[in-house]
Design a protein around this ligand. Structure first.
Ligand code: FMN
Length: 445
């Protein structure tokens, strides 16, 4: 079985004890999401639901990429090298291989037979406006360069053939939408659901080329892509679901709220209308979902895919930067940089580079390499024992942030950089470190 086939990975994750299969019936209206969330919080594993009320034959997968460990396992690498792999993948993209036509057995319905109610889209959080496609990757072609683009957009099912789609300003998809608006035409797109984590991660990254190139690099082989039935859009061949359609680049519909990566419900908003014109699915399809405001939403939307960008920016200032971590508990607003400065003020320069690399980031903390940044206790300890806020904290008002930042005023937020490092030889900061005996077990016999 191809390593790009999600079905093979699901089997491996189950054998590895990192995925639990649920055969008890669940209903798609909150029931599935409540169970998936409870299991994720308590056991940290992914869930595959086989018994969906009202949907025979399909399964729903939740939480595939909610932990760094599961992502590393899916890529066949060890956790400590995950971040470096992402940095390398951005530097060494690998072009997808294009097949002339589909080579998998799929059931397809088009035009008059399309019925989105047959796709098992769950309604997730209690306050969500309805069933949202949350793990759908939207494939579109740049009308100017002809290159493909893949990105996530939340989509609310409105009726049997229509979705709303949230396209934030600044996204590549928004550039294409504006071009379609200018040309007075609709925009062809395809939505794929149920793909390998390499493709999920790549689609969440900001990359000026075809994101499948990054996914191919992560898997060390070209991603196999096939053409759509109704357009020249290319989609990953092993996608469990392929929904084709067209976006009206002008008309808007009200949608929302939906739980967001901030852990809050976003406000209602006016979004674009997407008409679905065909649905193809593999036999026994795995429909994939991301719990709004859950761990996976934060992981993919705000943390791991952003870290290579910040790391590269910080490395421009000093090649001695060791790591950048965007902790999930910071909702994507906080970044921690690991760096041992040699000069007063150097840590803040590095912090400013990381801060500028992505507009959602609003606080950067720099700590020395003796701090385990993956442990929030150590991070807070470093801040409280090594930073003198009077000189080490710089407040930067009126900068462009994320529109969903609850503290933003018309998109503008107050940001900060904090130097919580000590310089070599600086006194007063020496940490108490015990030497643990290598033969400790002897003392416990
Ligand atoms: C789970 C998830 C949901 C997202 N939802 C949206 C959304 O509704 N609208 C949007 O514009 N961006 C959304 N994003 C962000 C974009 O998909 C992401 O920034 C992507 O890298 C943009 O691609 P681009 O650089 O090709 O524009 C979401 C990301 C994730 C991971």
């Amino acid at each position: 079985m191809s390593q790009q086939d999600l079905k093979g990975l699901v089997e491996k994750l189950a054998q590895h004890g990192d995925l639990v299969e649920i055969s008890q019936p669940v209903n798609l209206s909150h029931g599935l999401a409540n169970v998936a969330h409870a299991i994720e919080e308590r056991y940290g594993v992914a869930t595959l639901f086989h018994n969906l009320e009202g949907h025979q034959g399909a399964s729903v997968l939740s939480g595939l990429t909610s932990t760094y460990g599961r992502v590393a396992f899916s890529l066949g690498i060890d956790l400590p090298v995950l971040k470096r792999r992402l940095v390398e993948a951005l530097k060494e993209p690998r072009r997808p291989s294009h097949r002339e036509q589909d080579f998998l057995d799929r059931a397809t319905v088009s035009e008059g037979d399309v019925d989105l109610l047959e796709v098992p889209i769950p309604t997730h959080a209690p306050g969500d406006a309805g069933p949202y496609i949350t793990a759908g990757i939207v494939a579109a072609r740049d009308p100017e360069t002809g290159r493909m683009n893949y990105s996530y957009h939340r989509m609310l099912r409105l009726d049997s053939t229509h979705l709303s789609i949230m396209i934030n300003p600044g996204r590549h998809l928004d550039d294409y939408r504006r071009a379609a608006e200018k040309a007075g035409a609709t925009m062809a797109v395809a939505i794929v659901v149920g793909v390998h984590p390499a493709i999920m991660l790549a689609a969440a990254m900001r990359y000026p080329g075809d994101e499948l190139e990054i996914a191919g690099s992560l898997l060390h082989e070209p991603i196999e892509a096939i053409p759509c039935l109704l357009s020249d859009i290319l989609v990953p061949a092993f996608s469990e679901y392929i929904l084709e359609g067209r976006i009206d680049p002008v008309d808007r519909v009200e949608e929302g709220p939906m739980g967001e990566f901030t852990g809050l419900y976003g406000a209602k908003s006016q979004e674009y209308l997407l008409e679905i014109t065909s649905i193809s699915r593999r036999p026994d399809p795995i429909y994939q979902t991301i719990l709004p405001a859950g761990k996976e939403h934060r992981m993919l939307g705000s943390t791991l895919p952003r870290e290579p960008l910040l790391l590269n920016a910080a490395l421009q200032i000093s090649p001695e930067v060791k790591d950048v971590y965007i902790p999930p508990y910071g909702s994507g607003f906080l970044a921690v940089v690991v760096f041992d400065p040699n000069y007063e003020g150097e840590a803040k320069n590095v912090a400013l580079a990381a801060l500028s690399a992505y507009s959602t980031i609003k606080s950067v903390i720099v700590v020395n390499s003796d701090i385990n940044v993956y442990d929030p206790e150590e991070l807070i300890w470093a801040v409280l024992t090594r930073a003198n806020l009077n000189k080490d904290l710089s407040i930067l008002p009126h900068l462009l942030g994320h529109p969903m930042d609850p503290t933003a005023v018309e998109g503008l937020v107050t940001k900060s950089v904090l130097d919580a490092t000590q310089l070599p030889g600086q006194t007063g900061f020496d940490r108490v470190v015990y030497e643990h005996p290598a033969d400790l077990d002897k003392y416990l016999e």
